[in-house]
Design a protein around this ligand. Structure first.
Ligand SMILES: Nc1ncnc2c1ncn2[C@@H]1O[C@H](COP(=O)(O)OP(=O)(O)OP(=O)(O)O)[C@@H](O)[C@H]1O
Ligand SMILES: [Mg+2]
Length: 243
C-alpha cells in the first residue's frame, strides 16, 4: 500500500509535528477557544499554499466579513486581494447573509450546507483549488438542528472534498467546559483534529498547539508553544513551553 500523500501546511513547525504535512484530500478539524489563533492558522494555510506551494485555495468565512479578513491579515503582510485578482484565492462571504445584510462580494452564500457545497464544487473547478478552509463549522452547525444532521452533513462535506482531492480545514469553537468541539460529535467525524489552546501561566496567556488525532499518520503527541509573530503563526520546539 502506498503512503497517504501529504500537503505542507505553511505553518513552521507543524509539518514536523505531522511527520510531513496534512493528509491530502482529508477534512481536518481545527479546534480551540476564542482568540487561540484558528482563523490565523487557517488563513496562513491558504495564503502560503498559494505563494509557496502553488496550490489555489478557497476560504469560506461565516464568522467575519471578508473585508475585515482582508484588513486583519494585511497586518501580516498578506495581501489577499492580490491573490484574489489572480484567481488563486476565492474568499466566500458566508457572513453577510447570516448577519442579514446584502453582500458586496463576488462570491456569497447562505448559512446552509447545500449552498456551501454547490458553491465549493463550482469554485474548486474554476480555480483548480487544492485547499479549502471553512471558518467556522460552529456557525454552520447552528443551521443544523440536530446532532444527527451535524454528523451526516460533516460526513457529506468530507466525502465531497475527498472526491475533489481538496485538503480541508474546518475551524471549531471549543465549548466552555473545554470539550474539543461544541456539539461533541465533530471530532469523531473529522479525519484529524488539531487543537490550539490559550492558557494562563504565571499571569501570562500562553498559546499552544497539539495534534489530537490524525488518522493514518504517525504524528507527534506533544503540546508545543504556538506563537503569533509579524510573519504569521509558528509552532515552536517544546523546550520553551510554560517556562
Ligand atoms: N499582527 C499580529 N501579530 C501578532 N498577533 C496578532 C496580530 N493580529 C492579531 N494577533 C493576535 O491574534 C488573535 C486573533 O487570532 P485569531 O482571530 O486567529 O483567533 P481565533 O481562534 O480565530 O478567534 P475566534 O474564536 O474569535 O474566531 C488576536 O486576539 C491577537 O492576540
Ligand atoms: Mg476565528
Amino acid at each position: 500500500m502506498s503512503q497517504i500523500a501529504r500537503v505542507k501546511t505553511g505553518i513552521p513547525g507543524l509539518d514536523k509535528m505531522l511527520n510531513g504535512g496534512l493528509p491530502k484530500g482529508r477534512t481536518i478539524l481545527l479546534s480551540g477557544p476564542a482568540g487561540a489563533g484558528k482563523t490565523t492558522l487557517a488563513t496562513q494555510f491558504i495564503y502560503r499554499g498559494v505563494v509557496e506551494y502553488g496550490d489555489p485555495g478557497i476560504y469560506v468565512t461565516f464568522d467575519e466579513n471578508p473585508k475585515t479578513v482582508r484588513q486583519n491579515f494585511a497586518s501580516y503582510g498578506w495581501k489577499l486581494e492580490n491573490l484574489e485578482k489572480e484567481n488563486l484565492l476565492a474568499l466566500v462571504d458566508g457572513f453577510s447573509m447570516r448577519a442579514g445584510v446584502a453582500s458586496k462580494e463576488k462570491y456569497s452564500i447562505r448559512l446552509e450546507i447545500d449552498d456551501l457545497l454547490t458553491t465549493l464544487i463550482a469554485l474548486i473547478d474554476e480555480l483548480g483549488a487544492e485547499r479549502v478552509v471553512i471558518d467556522s463549522l460552529t456557525a454552520l452547525a447552528l443551521s443544523l438542528e440536530s446532532e444527527m444532521r451535524i454528523r451526516r452533513e460533516i460526513l457529506k462535506l468530507s466525502a465531497v472534498m475527498s472526491s475533489l482531492k481538496c485538503t480541508t480545514l474546518v475551524t471549531s469553537e471549543m465549548s466552555q467546559s473545554g470539550e474539543i468541539s461544541r456539539y461533541g460529535v465533530e471530532e469523531f467525524m473529522a479525519s484529524g483534529v488539531i487543537v490550539l489552546d490559550i492558557q494562563e501561566v504565571n499571569q501570562r496567556l500562553v498559546r499552544s498547539i497539539y495534534i489530537r488525532k490524525m488518522r493514518g499518520i504517525d504524528h507527534e503527541l506533544v503540546r508545543r508553544p504556538f506563537e503569533m509573530t509579524q510573519n504569521g503563526c509558528v509552532a515552536l520546539s517544546t523546550e520553551t513551553l510554560f517556562l
